[in-house]
Design a protein around this ligand. Sequence first.
Ligand code: ADP
Ligand code: MG
Length: 616
Amino acid sequence: MNISERNISGVLPVIRQLDAAAANRIAAGEVVERPASAVKELVENAIDADARRIEVAYADGGKALIRVTDDGHGIAAEQLPLALSRHATSKIDGSDLLNIHTFGFRGEALPSMGAVGRLSITSRAAGADMAAVISVNGGDIGTVKPAALAKGTVVELRDLFQATPARLKFLRTDRAEAQAIADVIKRLAMAEPSVGFVLRDVTGGGEGRVVFRADPQTGDLFAALHGRLARILGQDFVDNALAIDAEREGITLTGYASLPTYSRGAAVAQYLFVNGRPVRDKLLIGALRGAYSDFLSRDRHPVVALFLDVDPTRVDVNVHPAKAEVRFREPGVARGLIVSALRHALAEAGHRASSTVRDAALGAFRPESQPERPIYQMERTGAAYPQRSFTEPMQQGFGEVAAMSARVEEAFGIDTSVTESLQANPLGAARAQLHENYIIAQTSDGVVIVDQHAAHERLVYEKLKRQMAENGVRAQALLIPEIVELSHGDRDRLLEVADDLIPLGLTIEGFGGSAVCIRETPAILGEVNAAALVNDILDELADLNQTQSIRDKIEAILSRVACHGSIRSGRRMRAEEMNALLREMEATPHSGQCNHGRPTYIELKLDDIEKLFGRK
Ligand code: ADP
Ligand code: MG
């Protein structure tokens, strides 16, 4: 019946109470969206029951079967029917929705699943001398019967959504659903390092295939988390991550966050937890982005596993049907904590570039080609990463190489006696410049290779930021102002922010038609291609969304500006210049990576080099 029909018939609609089965099916639509959401609810129940080991099995991507077995405290036989009725929970006292310490609290999950599949719960309560089982099929609850089970609870959910074909149609392939299940398990496994998890695919029956396993971790919180993250995100991640441990106004932040040089092309590996609950929260993701904005280009994303803990009364977990979002009473504090803690940790690690960078370099050095390791965090194009040039000299005769190195020292006027003392510095003494972009320095126990362009860019950027924080970037007036032709739209956009660009050392005015006139540029840049600079700034402005002001973008713009002031690759440098650059890098925070998260240098220890030559 549509609206016009109703008007014509004049019949008043009657309000009826829905029966329990219908109400449960409606609730299920929100709670159980796909097999993975059923797995999430069941595993959360097992964790809430203090289980130490949880095993999850699924068949056909969870559509045919989901079975969760735990060794928790179980459910008393006489309570089984209650577990299946709506709004029945053992987890909150009376009506106190403000003080939640468990994953569950709504008492909705089991009845919802019972409404959209065939559900059975077998359980033996701690201390009971027998186990019991109850089944529910499309909402019809059976009677409690005796059963055999040594300990804990087994919940089986079969034929999910068979009774609701519309929902079944929206499910993805078995593979995609299985993937989503594994993702849920991994998130919960990160939140609970002391619990052991096994995930099996039992499609086709039998024991099936173990898809994921994480043994219970022991030790203090950080040690346990470290072990668990190594298992789930890989040893590479923990080797290249910073431990975070900070507090602000009663909110704590702990966990691990990757170095900028260990980043990914999408925000797929950012695991955030609030009071142990995995969440996908825009506020928190935004804070993460803000914390790294200085170190990563917009298309790179850090890998993190971070845990916010706060008194339960200061966060509302009851704002999302699947409990995937939360609402902070003071969102500003949470955001500020994330940004400042991460920035602080990153600043302290300024000199550390990802160890996988060095490993990748070593891999490139090795004479026989080895099977490629899956170093996903360094998906960079070849241009910035000169693997080829390392092997080239190998093809020349040895005599020739020796003669060449002698020439190098001569040509650069390097006095080896002076440089001896410089080797004690972390970045050592410059010995040569290769391919007019790479500085080779000798340290007391190894070799450092610096990408001079990337390094200089970072130094200029840090200087610009310092000047900006003081009295604004020092400007230099152009002898002949430069006129740049733009589109009308671009011209207007640029002039709109002209006042905000002055503190950045840029004075830009309108110049008839669609042109602008550039009068001053940042002094630090020296001679600069003003048209290219303006176009880069316009690119940056194009990404401004309505809620952002140009002030939010200052750092991004400075980073673009820095790019223009950098020593381009292809410039020869004298020994003093090179050493000065190394010393400046040592004194500058964040100099281990350029503004795009690429490393500015790599270090090979003598140990590594000896290994290459089979001496170790
Ligand atoms: P909630 O978790 O919100 O309380 P559920 O419908 O998921 O609601 O579960 C209802 C009740 O059943 C829980 O409060 C708990 O007492 C009990 N229960 C569910 N699963 C388990 C389990 N694996 N072990 C012990 N008790 C359980
Ligand atoms: Mg629950």
